[in-house]
Design a protein around this ligand. Structure first.
Ligand SMILES: Cc1cc2nc3c(=O)[nH]c(=O)nc-3n(C[C@H](O)[C@H](O)[C@H](O)COP(=O)(O)OP(=O)(O)OC[C@H]3O[C@@H](n4cnc5c(N)ncnc54)[C@H](O)[C@@H]3O)c2cc1C
Ligand code: SF4
Ligand code: SF4
Length: 407
């Protein structure tokens, strides 16, 4: 049996036959007949040059197949055919659904590992566009804001960065990430690896219909074994950006860690630190698009102190009818340490009632270290209320209702 391969396809039902892709492709992989524009699987090297100029998005289809579709088959189509899902375990090693860019795909595969299996997007989620820009041909955004979110003296330094795309179309959905393409090279002269950052604003921008997006970035300063400091390459670059600076961006990436667009759905969001970024986007999306939704958002947000909790001030202004929030601090003077998993247990009855509903979605985001405690809390809440966490978790994941993105 031959190993599965990636194939790039064009959706003939959406394509307007404008010839842009054929004119753009540097190696002649796109061709057409009187019926369709198609991509030659023997030539395409996934450079992505054709993707962002396509006016319809019809070219943005990447699938994993055991037997590639021939040119003649593609010429005969009026729609994309149903394509059998092939598990990631059966090569190629990258998750085609999340990102075609190998670097971004590997980072997302790792970030989603905690879900314990293939995550699916919520059924009601909008369809994301991915891979519009890559390292070879990144989008350029201008920094229009860089605001320090954490208080003076706090041990974390977290910044809210606003990136404006000007006239470039860079469509994102809440829960997606973008790649920062760094200037310069490492000590061996190789270009720095891409880093992913979650989008912190909703799909229509910081304010409705602004062509911008925001990020929530924590400056990484780590002590090396010899006592010297390692200053994180990308996070320090981003946190030091000034208004007017140009930044090279790849993406958008991610097609599963998306929010349900269903007013009935309850959404439990559990995070620490910069894991709040996608949940800021979720909350703002709900507030703008369905302020009277029947479903509710529940936020369990952990930090050491209020000074270190990004968006602490603005969170106080979100109406209680929209967002039920538990802000949890582990280093308050004169108070015992409390972590998100401890607060979850205090809301045990509410969480158990939510887990019983078919319309509840769970999202975990932030540092990987939080996963174990949160998992244990869900398991203990379920035991207390005669539920089986392992089977609920698996059912939710299969139905696109359980999501983990940790790093
Ligand atoms: C899907 C996804 C979404 C993400 N979203 C966000 C987000 O919204 N906000 C955010 O802040 N981050 C986010 N991240 C994390 C982000 O991508 C980066 O990993 C993070 O900013 C650190 O990158 P860096 O280049 O600053 O650090 P790096 O230079 O890559 O260092 C990272 C760590 O590696 C170790 N290290 C590396 N080199 C050395 C060395 N020479 N000596 C000692 N230690 C070393 C250190 O422990 C350090 O803490 C996300 C990651 C993923 C995968
Ligand atoms: S991805 Fe690159 S090689 Fe493939 S069709 Fe598009 S432009 Fe051509
Ligand atoms: S650029 Fe897009 S719309 Fe135009 S021919 Fe190619 S696939 Fe079709």
């Amino acid at each position: 049996m031959t190993a599965p391969i990636k194939q790039h396809l064009i959706d003939p039902a959406v394509c307007i036959r404008c010839n842009t892709c054929e004119a753009t492709c540097p190696i002649g992989a796109v061709t057409h007949d009187a019926n369709n524009y198609v991509v030659d699987v023997t030539k395409c090297n996934f450079c992505m040059d054709c993707v962002s100029p396509c006016p319809t998005g019809s070219i943005n289809h990447f699938v994993k197949v055991k037997t590639p579709f021939s040119l003649d088959e593609q010429f005969s189509w009026s729609d994309l055919p149903e394509i059998e899902e092939i598990p990631d375990a059966e090569g190629p090693a990258i998750s085609v659904a999340e990102a075609i860019d190998d670097e971004a795909a590997a980072l997302l595969d790792d970030a989603h590992k905690g879900a314990g299996g293939q995550m699916k997007a919520p059924l009601s989620a909008s369809k994301p566009r991915i891979n519009l820009f890559g390292r070879r041909a990144p989008a350029e955004a201008k920094v229009t804001g860089n605001l320090k979110l954490t208080g003076e003296g706090a041990s974390a330094d977290i910044h809210h960065i606003i990136l404006d795309f000007g006239t470039t179309s860079f469509p994102v959905l809440e829960g997606q990430s973008i790649g920062i393409v760094l200037p310069g090279a490492d000590e061996n002269g190789r270009p720095h690896k891409m880093r992913l950052y979650s989008v912190a604003s909703p799909r229509d921008g910081e304010r409705p219909n602004t062509n911008n997006l925001s990020l929530t970035v924590k400056r990484v300063i780590a002590k090396q074994p010899d006592g010297r400091e390692h200053r994180g390459i990308a996070s320090n670059y981003v946190c030091d950006l000034k208004r007017g600076d140009a930044v090279r961006i790849a993406g958008p990436f991610g097609s599963t860690f998306l929010m349900p667009d269903d007013p009935e759905s309850d959404v439990i969001m559990i995070c620490t630190g910069t894991g709040s970024a996608p949940f800021r986007a979720f909350t703002e999306r709900r507030r703008r698009s369905m302020p009277n939704a029947k479903g509710k958002l529940y936020l369990f947000f952990g930090a050491r102190t209020p000074e270190e909790l990004p968006y602490f001030g603005p969170l106080q202004k979100v109406p209680k009818t929209l967002l039920d929030q538990e802000l949890v601090f582990s280093r308050l003077a004169d108070q015992p340490k409390e972590y998100v998993q401890d607060r979850m247990k205090k809301r045990s009855a509410d969480l158990a009632a939510l887990l019983r509903k078919e319309t509840t979605h769970v999202y975990l985001c932030g540092l990987r270290g939080m996963e174990t405690g949160v998992e244990e809390s869900f398991a203990s809440i379920c035991r207390e209320h005669k539920l089986d966490w392992a089977s609920i978790r698996m059912k939710m994941r299969d139905e696109g209702r359980f999501h983990v993105e940790t790093y």
